[in-house]
Every structure is written in structure tokens, then in C-alpha cells.
Ligand binder design. Structure first.
Ligand code: AMP
Ligand code: ZN
Length: 494
């Protein structure tokens, strides 16, 4: 029988740098270094952020399942990320407005971030470094880029010289497919840019204005590091000057990742990343979920049902399953229908898993387990194609339902392989929880409400209006509204 390791030679990854699916060969055989840009911890993560972290969690889980020793580094941005159109750090600004320490903001939202990812069953990364924990490394990197002549200092700030890099080292814009001429033409003049030689130059180090709370001493005076530099410094510190995979949301391709390539190459002469991976966006009503436009929903609002966008709550397991129904490179739109279908689908898989034990042990086989298992690996090896993986799990579920109902059976080894494969893909790789308490809670509530609706209908048939109204009113008092329609009565949790 093929072991998980035997499948890894067929793994293909879509590399955003080349725009192609490429066979995956790590730098050091058997080992994978992976870096993913983490959150900027100045507010709650929204569901879009969570989608990206789940996408990379499944990638991490699958690489581990294939037997790779993976070092997964995901940072916490707790300094350096500037507000759009200003030169104030997002965390520093929030701390100033709320009149609390920046590190209180950082602590609050880091704890929140971990709690949400834990609920959605993400594995913690191997290392989770912070920008503020690597100020010295960022100052050293800035000095080195200055020494190489690819940066310049103005008024206590240090900027990366994009034009010079583009001329002397490598093409700037190769990841996002932008041309330097277009960049020059399209860059607006923002505050502080007048001191740059060219508008597309970016800060390695920024001088702190008097109101700026987060500041560190440096050879150029008190200031703080630029956002792009922290990822260069932390990824290469823990994974080497060149490493296998760098991930993040699509919206980070430019300028963040473009700048990371330029900084990395300026420092070591090498392209820092071999496979760039970009996860696509979660949308709501067709628009990107984004803090800046307010088009967001928080994970907790979905889990509790406390929101005005959806009719009922959905458990973390259902939300995770909903994410997996799209491939990570495709846009996914949040809707009640999609969540409902995820809820039904997940229930079907769990129920099928429970029925494996009821499959009769026979000599002739009613289902080709080996072929089915190969198909699951094939789907994941095809650039982590989770929707196809899920579709194949459903095929397995259908076969289990048939066999457990007496239509055919399996040899004992095949039955064992079917169970193992179901567990590997459903629980270990896709990270769906084995424990379905929360969903069971929802399901039980659903059953209880159907019983109450039935009792109310009977009361009405018997013209017992008092009892019928009591059931309706008491449910309404706890936020459950019964709705009488032409197809019967439904409920809504308001
Ligand atoms: P931020 O905290 O804004 O740096 O974002 C953290 C991660 O979430 C980054 O990888 C972003 O690309 C990603 N992200 C932001 N908005 C969305 C969205 N609507 N859908 C998916 N990922 C997103
Ligand atoms: Zn980053």
C-alpha cells in the first residue's frame, strides 16, 4: 500500500511569481520552510483575514501529512504598518486615540486572533515572531542595504532606492507584473514623499514625529521600522536567506511582497522565495471584505448568530468547511445559502463517517477504496484543491451510505483503509473537528424547534389558541420567531 510520503513527489503548487503550477521540490529534501504574513493587531480579525489563515493552515497540514518536516513562521505585525495616506503607524494611532499603551492594543488583539484561530481549528505555527521583537535585526538590515548603496537617508528616515535597484540588481515589479514606468506615472504624492527621491521608493526606517508613540533609537535618530522590512528580516532569520514558500493574501502582492523581494535580493543577492503563494479574497455581497470600507463580519458574530447579515448562527466547523468549498486561489462569497449548504454537507460527512462501522465485511467489494484514496491525494496534490477533495469525500460518503444499508460490502483491510483515509483527509488534512459538540448543539436546537412547531400546529388544529400563542410568544421572548408561510411554519433566530 502507498504511504502518504509516496504521494509527495506529485505535489504541484501554483507559483505566483511564474504564474504556473510547478512541481514542488523543497530546497532541502524532506524539509519545508514556509512564511506567511500575519495580522496587524490593531483591531479584530474579520472573516476575510480568517479565510487566508485557514487556507495556509490546510497547506501546512497537508505538507506535514506528506511527511515533510515543516517550519511554519507566521509573524505578528505589531509595529510599522502605516495607515493608508498617512505616515502614522496603525497601532500607534489606535493607542493615541484610545489613550492606552500600544502594547495593550497589541496584546488585546493578539489574544483575540489566537482565540479565533483556535476555535476554527487552525494549528499554531512553529514560530510566531513579532516586529517589535526584531527591531535590532531591522536596523542591521537597513544599515546593510545603505552600505550596498541601494538606500539613502533623508531627515532621519531611510528609503529603499527602487530606481537604482531596478537598474542595477533586478526588475522591480516582477511578482505583480508591474512596470517601473507605470509605477512612476501612477504613484500619488503622499505626505512625506517629498523627501523621497522617487515616489515609489519605500521606507526601511521612518523618523518618528513628536506625536508618534512607538519609537526606538537608531543610527538615524528615533524612529520605527517600515512594514515591509519586518517580513524580510523575520522570514530570513528563521528560514534562511532563501526559503521554499511565502504566502499571504492576494492584496499583499503589491507593494508588500514586491518590496520583500527587493529587500531580500538587495541583502543576499538571491531571490528570497522559491514559491510565492497568494490566497484569494473573501467577499460579501460581491465586494472584498475589508476593514477600511466597513464591509466586514467578525467570526464571533457568525458563531453567535449576533449579526444582522445572517439568519442564524453557524459553528466554527461549518465556517471552516464553507472556506474549503472554494480553492484558495478563487474568490469566495459569503452568503446564507453557502453556509447552509456547508452545514448540510458537513453533517453528511460526519454521518457517513459514523456508518463506516456498519459496512458488512464481504469478499467481493462494492467500492474501490484504493482508487478513491488516490483521487483524494490527486486533488490535494493539484495545488491544494480542497473543493475537489471535498467532492471526493462526498463520493466516499455516498458509497458508505449504500454499503452500510446492505448494498455491498468491503474486505476487512479495505474497510480499515477507508476509515483511515476518511480520518486523514477530513480531520488531519482539512482540519475539520472530530468533536461536533457545537454543531450538535445547533442540530439539537433545530430538532427541538421542529417538535415545538409540530405541537403548536396540533394545538391550532384543536383550536387551543391559548397554547398555540403561548408557544409562539415564549419563543419570541427568547429571540426565536416563528413564521407561518404557505409551506408551513419556519423559525428564525433574531
Ligand atoms: P492585515 O491584518 O490587514 O495585514 O491582513 C491579514 C491577512 O488577511 C493578509 O494576508 C491579508 O491579505 C488577508 N486579507 C485581508 N482581507 C481579506 C479578505 N477579504 N479575504 C481574504 N484575505 C484577506
Ligand atoms: Zn509580510
Amino acid at each position: 500500500m502507498k504511504k502518504a510520503e509516496d504521494y509527495r513527489k506529485d505535489l504541484k503548487i501554483f507559483n505566483s511569481l511564474t504564474g504556473q503550477k510547478e512541481p514542488f521540490t523543497p530546497l532541502v529534501p524532506g524539509h519545508v520552510g514556509m512564511y506567511v504574513c500575519g495580522p496587524t493587531v490593531y483591531s479584530h480579525v474579520h472573516l476575510g483575514n480568517v479565510r487566508t489563515f485557514v487556507s495556509f493552515d490546510v497547506i501546512y497540514r497537508y505538507l506535514k501529512h506528506l511527511g515533510f518536516k515543516v517550519r511554519y513562521v507566521r509573524n505578528i505585525t505589531d509595529a510599522g504598518h502605516l495607515e493608508d495616506d498617512s505616515d502614522e503607524d496603525k497601532i500607534s494611532k489606535k493607542a493615541r486615540l484610545e489613550k492606552i499603551e500600544p502594547m495593550e492594543i497589541v496584546q488585546k488583539y493578539t489574544v483575540d486572533f489566537h482565540r479565533i484561530l483556535d476555535k476554527i481549528n487552525n494549528l499554531p505555527p512553529s514560530i510566531e515572531p513579532t516586529a517589535t521583537g526584531h527591531i535590532i535585526e531591522q536596523i542591521e538590515a537597513t544599515k546593510e542595504i545603505l552600505t550596498k548603496g541601494l538606500a539613502y537617508e533623508v531627515n532621519g528616515s531611510v528609503y529603499f532606492d527602487v530606481i537604482k535597484y531596478n537598474k542595477e540588481v533586478d526588475r522591480y515589479g516582477k511578482l505583480s507584473g508591474r512596470k517601473i514606468e507605470e509605477l512612476i506615472a501612477n504613484t500619488r504624492d503622499l505626505e512625506g514623499q517629498d523627501e523621497k527621491r522617487n515616489p515609489q521608493d519605500f521606507a526601511l526606517w521612518k523618523k518618528a514625529k513628536p506625536k508618534h508613540i512607538m519609537r526606538w533609537p537608531s543610527p538615524w535618530g528615533e524612529g520605527f521600522p517600515g512594514w515591509h522590512l519586518e517580513c524580510t528580516v523575520m522570514s530570513t532569520k528563521y528560514l534562511g536567506e532563501q526559503f521554499d514558500i511565502h504566502g499571504g493574501g492576494m492584496d499583499l502582492k503589491f507593494p508588500h511582497h514586491e518590496c520583500e523581494i527587493a529587500q531580500g535580493k538587495a541583502l543576499s543577492g538571491k531571490d528570497p522565495v522559491r514559491y510565492w503563494m497568494h490566497a484569494n479574497m473573501l467577499t460579501m455581497n460581491g465586494k472584498k471584505m475589508s476593514k477600511s470600507t466597513g464591509n466586514t463580519i467578525l467570526p464571533e458574530e457568525i458563531f453567535s448568530g449576533n449579526n444582522d447579515k445572517l439568519k442564524k448562527p453557524y459553528s466554527p466547523a461549518v465556517v471552516r468547511f464553507f472556506f474549503l468549498m472554494a480553492q484558495y486561489r478563487n474568490v469566495l462569497d459569503l452568503s446564507e445559502e453557502a453556509l447552509e449548504s456547508a452545514e448540510k454537507g458537513l453533517r453528511r460527512l460526519w454521518e457517513a463517517y459514523d456508518k463506516i462501522k456498519d459496512i458488512p465485511e464481504t469478499e467481493s467489494e462494492g467500492f474501490d477504496v484504493q482508487k478513491w484514496r488516490d483521487g483524494l491525494y490527486e486533488a490535494m496534490n493539484d495545488d491544494f484543491n480542497t473543493p475537489v477533495t471535498v467532492a471526493r469525500l462526498f463520493e466516499g460518503a455516498k458509497a458508505i451510505n449504500k454499503m452500510s444499508a446492505g448494498e455491498g460490502g468491503l474486505a476487512p483491510e479495505s474497510k480499515q483503509l477507508l476509515k483511515q483515509t476518511f480520518e486523514d483527509f477530513m480531520f488531519e488534512i482539512l482540519g475539520l473537528p472530530e468533536n461536533r459538540d457545537e454543531c450538535a448543539g445547533n442540530r439539537n436546537l433545530d430538532h427541538v424547534l421542529k417538535i415545538l412547531i409540530d405541537l403548536r400546529n396540533r394545538a391550532r388544529q384543536q383550536k387551543n389558541w391559548e397554547l398555540a400563542d403561548k408557544i409562539r410568544d415564549e419563543l419570541a421572548a427568547i429571540g426565536i420567531q416563528l413564521k407561518d408561510g404557505k409551506d408551513g411554519t419556519t423559525y428564525e433566530i433574531v
